[in-house]
Design a protein around this ligand. Structure first.
Ligand code: AP5
Ligand code: MG
Length: 190
């Protein structure tokens, strides 16, 4: 199996590049942000709880997203592999993911981190916020909060994978195609 963690701050292009990757490599895309927005649009209790935090740019509790990922792994037993997008976002989530995969005799192949500076992130997300309907793209304060959450809680996840010798970093600024080519060079080596 090929199991990739696509990593980076809000607006780095994880979702955009995941779409290209699933087409080329036949992997299953697991975005906890998309799964949570699905819960919100279905009006579930979990969605209602998550929405309050997401609209403020704050991470939802680890147990919530770990449970969602566990369900998805069980539901896709025959997959060729997974792209984890926006997960793991805390060191506790990364450790939980390792445990889930180990219990299935699987592991993460590698992490690919998209490096994008804060000014570019803000620009991209405000632009998308004009018509995305995502409340967390709507104002600069919430976007800044998301970036702060990333720096405080998510950035340490890179260290977790560096220790396992699975960390790869690429420049996330450029055209979508240029960045995809750089990602493929890493994926092909796996
Ligand atoms: P989530 O949905 O994961 O959002 P995010 O990571 O904050 O950011 P995005 O998904 O907006 O960015 P992206 O990197 O996917 O970029 P994209 O390709 O869309 O999470 C939302 C919330 O859910 C969190 O704040 C949290 O509350 C909760 N949550 C989710 N997962 C969680 C977890 N594991 N634990 C706890 N809480 C969790 O691109 C962004 C924009 O840029 C697009 O408009 C795109 O068209 C554009 N773009 C892409 N590439 C380029 C390029 N090369 N040049 C110019 N523009 C580009
Ligand atoms: Mg995304």
């Amino acid at each position: 199996m090929l199991n990739l963690v696509l990593f980076g701050p809000p607006g780095a292009g994880k979702g955009t590049q995941s779409q290209n990757l699933i087409e080329k490599y036949g992997l299953i895309h697991l975005s906890t942000g998309d799964l949570l927005r699905g819960e919100i649009s279905n009006g579930t209790a979990l969605g209602l709880e998550a929405k309050k935090l997401m609209d403020e740019g704050i991470l939802v509790p680890d147990a919530v997203v770990i449970g969602m990922i566990s369900n998805k792994l069980d539901a896709n037993k025959d997959a060729k592999g997974f792209i984890f997008d926006g997960f793991p976002r805390t060191v506790a989530q990364a450790a939980a993911l390792d445990n889930l995969l180990t219990s299935k005799n699987q592991q993460i192949s590698g992490m690919i981190a998209l490096e994008v500076n804060d000014d570019e992130l803000l620009k991209r997300l405000l632009l998308r916020g004009k018509d995305s309907g995502r409340p967390d793209d709507a104002n600069p304060e919430v976007i800044s909060k998301r970036i702060k959450e990333y720096n405080d809680k998510t950035a340490p996840v890179a260290e977790f994978y560096k220790k396992q010798d699975k960390f790869n970093s690429i420049n996330g600024i450029g055209t979508v195609d240029e960045i995809f080519t750089a990602i493929c060079a890493i994926v092909d080596a796996y």
